[in-house]
Design a protein around this ligand. Structure first.
Ligand SMILES: Nc1nc2c(c(=O)[nH]1)N[C@H]1C(S)=C(S)[C@@H](COP(=O)(O)OP(=O)(O)OC[C@H]3O[C@@H](n4cnc5c(=O)[nH]c(N)nc54)[C@H](O)[C@@H]3O)O[C@H]1N2
Ligand SMILES: Nc1nc2c(c(=O)[nH]1)N[C@H]1C(S)=C(S)[C@@H](COP(=O)(O)OP(=O)(O)OC[C@H]3O[C@@H](n4cnc5c(=O)[nH]c(N)nc54)[C@H](O)[C@@H]3O)O[C@H]1N2
Ligand code: SF4
Ligand SMILES: [Mo]
Length: 711
């Protein structure tokens, strides 16, 4: 085989030095980076109060992607023969401008769409939203947070009038007597967060984990509730039923600080323990034990993550857990409350500054006339020129290329060919586009389908702010210059705006000037960043929003006095348990659930290119219970084919007694034939539009040898 020539990565600046944050998850570990181009050194930032110097394998190996031989170093164009050829930036920008203008002239403004991501800095998320509305005049922009955060966000806005993942610093976890951790596998998804749970345990605290699998996290807990997938609302209603029955509520709090309890009380009356045991598979005795642990604790927290949220009932699931937190008077009390563990690096900030279909900066609503006037003024456009709300992420992908839908798409910060539900269909829709542009560091599976690929700078090559899972705004320092030929996303957006004749609205020369405008645009909004500066972030080790003025210290803890609803009270929501969109039947007798492993990140574009991480997690696997495996004649290590109504794929079996007998689990970090999203169900939550990644019906069989060879 001929060896391809590895391109030389050249930079104008080669010394590396920065105090920054990890490029991956929402824990945003503080790190120092130093050394040389050839040998970058990464160390944990001991002074940063969130990770306190600790990191996981992804963070320790984060420098490996910077000098990676597969980095994109020039724009690429797909030729008639389907191959990519390098082209100049001028040519790339001219081709994009021409195609964009042509598509809008033929099909209207909304025929162009933008798909952003929760890994983009606040500055870039803000700029992308402005680019869609001002430079393209399209309503069609959404982002991958719709697959991630949207259910908890909707529920929190309904209950509390605000959506900040954790309304308290992570260090509060260590002080909580009892923590109910729902659908979260932090031992793999945010390992350094475990230090607070360890501290909690050492002070006599207890951890209860709700998960259909005995995940690494569940195995470290005092109690593991092995829930039937898709039944969280029944569990939460059942716990509240027992709390009411046993008189364990905080009546004073309910009266003083909440509204709507009576309707919830009436509704949960029918969720008696034996019924809830039948639905959830959790023994009555355990239900009573958990209710008592929560009800008698002086401080308690309920934390949810994707397990309960990525469902067609995701919003209801979260609301039902919030009902418990309110009934016990936990929200706003010391070392207590409800929180959602945000996932992506900037999953929090990414949902505040306007890359969401229905949103303007500062977490303002796009259909609120006052918000429209305020932002239109800042942007220097007429209010009537601001488009209205557009389609949500999956609805956008589902209709790409169709009559009246999006014909040209710009993707920045997502690899939906791997990560979207029903991925084969999404790939077909991507192929149906007239024009696809992808900005990425590598030729991701989605970039491979593009007409034009633009090479973007990575985390250590640009400055900017990120907002972590606590709502703490952080500053990423630039460590060195991007490779020659590579541009930052901000430069890309601004130069595209220029080429489209809208340069006057995008005359930003550096992230700091974008942040200055973001601060103004967020002023007076829910997510108010007006008082946050890069300098203040450095001085305070991050600033918690809301922070409305330069003198304001920021707000680490919310809800101590009031909620952000019109009445200032928190709202109970009566929630009925409803089955997931697809349940096991004769044809597809098992549940399929999906999630993550420690060493890989998301669609894997970055981490599958890091040798050390690939050694730790080289391929996906299918977790199956020994009795189920026996039933199908499957041994540990066999190739197993899994099929749903949407597709099939084969995986290596991992037989483990920690998972439920009726459930299999596959991680989603791989593309091609082993992408589990070929099988997942795109049923959406009616409010959040979150797809049901966590539950669908599946059948399995031992793969024939030839099939095993193929993958
Ligand atoms: N290593 C690694 N870390 C990551 C990421 C990564 O890709 N890799 N991604 C980051 C991002 S963007 C996110 S969103 C977070 C996600 O972080 P988590 O939410 O912790 O991760 P998941 O593995 O998706 O899901 C958590 C658990 O939900 C369980 N589950 C499945 N179905 C149900 C159900 O019906 N009810 C309940 N209660 N639980 C259920 C699964 O078995 C799984 O163990 O991780 C972040 N951190
Ligand atoms: N089956 C299943 N599917 C899931 C999930 C699940 O639990 N199960 N979880 C869902 C969740 S929670 C999430 S968050 C999504 C995530 O899935 P994706 O939206 O695909 O997210 P990433 O894999 O992080 O993709 C980011 C892409 O953008 C590139 N990128 C990263 N940062 C930047 C940047 O700053 N600029 C540019 N230009 N490019 C960048 C990366 O190289 C990568 O190719 O997956 C969802 N899909
Ligand atoms: S991936 Fe998350 S937990 Fe791991 S080092 Fe990075 S920020 Fe920290
Ligand atoms: Mo996520």
């Amino acid at each position: 085989m001929q060896k391809s020539v590895v391109p030389v990565i050249q930079r104008t600046q080669t010394a590396l030095k920065a105090t920054t944050h990890c490029p991956y998850c929402a824990f945003q570990c503080g790190m120092h980076i130093s050394g040389t181009l050839e040998q970058a050194e990464i160390s944990g930032n001991q002074a940063f109060p969130v990770n306190q110097g600790r990191m996981c394998a992804k963070g320790w190996n984060a420098a490996a992607t910077l000098q990676h031989p597969e980095r994109l170093l020039s724009p690429l164009r797909r030729t008639a023969s389907g191959r990519f050829e390098p082209i100049s930036w001028d040519d790339a920008l001219a081709l994009i401008t021409h195609s964009f203008q042509d598509i809008q002239a033929r099909y209207g403004r909304d025929a162009l769409g933008i798909f952003g991501g929760g890994s983009l800095t606040n500055e870039k998320a803000y700029l992308l939203g402005k680019f869609a509305r001002v430079a393209l005049g399209t309503s069609q922009i959404d982002y991958n947070g719709r697959f991630c955060m949207s259910s908890a966000a909707s529920a929190s806005i309904t209950a509390f009038g605000i959506d900040r993942g954790l309304p308290f610093p992570v260090s509060d976890i260590a002080q909580a007597e009892v923590v109910l951790l729902v659908g979260s596998n932090i031992a793999e998804t945010m390992p350094p967060l475990m230090q607070y749970f360890e501290e909690q345990r050492q002070s006599g605290g207890q951890l209860i984990v709700v998960d259909p699998r005995g995940s690494l996290t569940a195995r470290s807990a005092h109690l593991h509730l092995r829930i039937t997938p898709g039944t969280d609302a029944a569990l939460a209603n059942g716990l509240l039923h027992i709390l009411i029955r046993d008189g364990l509520l905080d009546q004073d709090y309910i009266e003083a600080r909440t509204e709507g309890f009576e309707r919830v009380k009436a509704l949960v009356a029918t969720y008696w323990p034996s019924r809830v045991e039948r639905i959830t598979g959790i023994p009555e005795a355990q239900l009573i034990q958990v209710a008592r642990m929560l009800g008698h604790a002086r401080s308690a927290m309920i934390l949810t993550a994707r397990g309960a949220e990525q469902q067609s009932q995701g919003v209801n699931n979260v609301l039902s857990y919030i009902n418990i937190a309110l009934a016990l008077g936990l929200v706003g009390r010391a070392a207590s409350g409800y929180g959602c563990l945000t996932g992506q690096g900037n999953g929090q900030g990414g949902r505040e500054h306007g890359q969401k279909a229905d949103q303007l900066p500062g977490y303002r609503k796009l259909n609120d006339p006052a918000a429209r006037r305020f932002i239109a003024d800042i942007w220097g456009i007429a209010e009537e020129d601001l488009p209205g709300p557009g389609r949500s992420a999956y609805e956008m992908l589902d209709t790409l290329g169709e009559e009246g839908a999006i014909r040209g798409l710009l993707v920045m910060g997502s690899n939906m060919a791997v990560s979207a539900p029903r991925a084969l269909h999404v790939q077909e829709r991507l192929r149906a586009l007239d024009f696809l542009v992808v900005a990425d560091f590598f030729l991701s599976e989605t970039a491979q389908m593009a007409d034009i690929v633009l090479p973007s700078a990575q985390w250590a090559e640009e400055e900017g702010t990120m907002t972590n899972l606590e709502g703490r705004v952080l500053y990423r320092q630039r460590a060195f210059s991007p490779p020659v030929g590579v541009r930052t996303d901000s430069e890309i957006i601004c130069s595209l705006a220029q080429a489209l004749g809208k340069g006057a609205f995008f005359s930003f020369t550096e992230p700091a000037t974008i942040f200055a405008e973001l601060r103004k645009a967020s002023a007076g909004g829910v997510a108010d960043y007006a008082g946050i500066t890069y300098e203040k972030i450095a001085q305070q080790q991050g600033v918690f929003w809301p922070c409305p003025t330069p003198e304001h210290p920021g707000t680490p803890r919310l809800f101590q006095e009031r909620f952000f609803t019109a009445s200032g009270r928190a709202k109970f929501s009566p929630v009925r348990h409803q089955a997931p969109a697809e349940e096991p039947d004769d044809q597809y007798p098992l549940y399929l659930t999906t999630g993550r492993v420690l060493a890989q990140y998301q669609s894997g574009t970055q981490t599958r290119r890091v040798d050390r991480l690939n050694e730790m997690a080289p391929q996906p696997f299918l977790e199956v219970h020994p009795s189920t495996a026996r039933l199908y004649g499957i041994n540990d290590g066999d190739m197993v084919t899994a099929r749903t109504r949407r597709g099939e794929a084969s995986f290596c079996a991992r037989v483990t007694s920690t998972i439920r007998e009726d459930t299999i689990f596959v991680p989603f970090h791989w593309g091609g034939a082993q992408a589990i999203n070929r099988l997942t169900n795109p049923a959406l939550d009616p409010t959040s539009r979150m797809p049901e990644f966590k539950v669908c019906a599946v059948r399995i069989e031992r793969a024939v040898a030839s099939l095993a060879m193929e993958v």
